[in-house]
Design a protein. Sequence first.
Length: 142
Amino acid sequence: MRCTHFAPPTAALQICSRGICSVAATICCLLASLQTQTASADEPLPRSVLVIDQFEPASAASEALLSAFRSTLKESAAAPISIYIENLDLGRFKGARFEDAVYAYFHEKYQDNSIGIVTAFGSQALELVLRLRPRLWPQAPS
């Protein structure tokens, strides 16, 4: 299990448990946001969620969080929700050039897909989302 690589198994389980609790709280907020109206228009937000995950794709912590996120969202939603996931491995890749490349990639990739909610897994991902959201998804709630 990769999430135990740098910590004893009990510490890794505690980290994963806290992450899953955070995911559950995030999902409640997301569902509430998807059901509300946008402030600038009387149209509901698109039923889609973009997850920006700071961890590497194969990490156990990332897999556990994303699995809990998907299953809870699927069980809680009254109607289907599209879930897009971007693993950025921000522990190894960062800086202005990387952020510019991510912006260009997201701009191209999601230009024809409306995103209702953007959420971040990890503090580095949150900082990146806060910088990119106004330019890429200005209608998404903050």
